[in-house]
Design a protein around this ligand. Structure first.
Ligand code: CA
Length: 219
């Protein structure tokens, strides 16, 4: 009997996709289009997208946030899991990548659920707090520049309701969280992981899917 998470071989990983992935066509096309670009590693994996969609449905989320849109793949999974009147406020600064996102959101029929803010995410999140929207979101996904992860987390903790969920991506830093002692990326991830471990404001789990997805449920 396994007492720890098994190491995923390529064959086992392919098997997981074979027997569990239900990726909508528009999302598969989006993933295939972005896979050709140099920044493709910024995109979440398909089984992670499906997992987050399941979480969104499990908590009955209606209002959601995303920090770091890239080409819109994760936002599409979340938006598809929302009810018809659901809303996703998406934060990003890159017009080129989010133009791809908008194209596929339209194709997937979820454009009206996604409100894209092209501005630094801390500004958008601060504005949401200033306009009285604390405790009004059910779910937030943070997947952006690691130097600002702590700031994003603090804002999301204000904006998400008690019992709501914050998901933080890349918390194993592409597998380099232990070995990379120099990069700002890994340093920021380590500092955040240590902070989350001790944070009594949330219930947490670091899920070893993709390169680590930490779930924090606001108490
Ligand atoms: Ca990521």
């Amino acid at each position: 009997m396994a007492r720890r998470t098994i190491t995923l071989t390529d064959a086992l990983y392919d098997y997981i996709l074979d027997v569990s992935l239900r990726e909508p066509d528009a999302l598969r096309q989006l993933r295939e289009e972005t896979a050709r670009h140099a920044m493709a590693e910024c995109q979440i994996s398909p089984e992670q997208g499906q997992f987050m969609a399941l979480l969104v449905k499990l908590i009955g989320a209606r209002r959601t946030l995303e920090v770091g849109v890239f080409a819109g793949y994760s936002a599409a999974w979340v938006a598809l899991a929302l009810p018809d009147d659901g809303q996703l406020i998406a934060c990003d600064v890159n017009e080129e990548w989010t133009a791809i996102a908008r194209r596929y959101w339209k194709e997937a029929g979820i454009s009206d659920r996604i409100d894209l803010h092209l501005a630094p995410a801390v500004e958008t999140l601060a504005k949401l707090v200033q306009t009285g929207q604390e405790n009004s979101f059910d779910f937030a996904f943070i997947d952006a520049d690691k130097a600002n992860y702590d700031a994003y987390y603090e804002y999301c903790l204000k904006l998400v309701r008690p019992g709501g969920l914050i998901a933080l991506d890349n918390t194993l830093a592409q597998g380099r969280v232990l070995t990379d002692s120099t990069s700002k990326y890994a340093q920021a991830v380590r500092a955040l992981n240590e902070k989350l471990h001790a944070d009594t404001r949330a219930d947490i789990s670091l899920v070893p899917i993709a390169d680590g997805l930490t779930l924090a449920r606001k108490r």
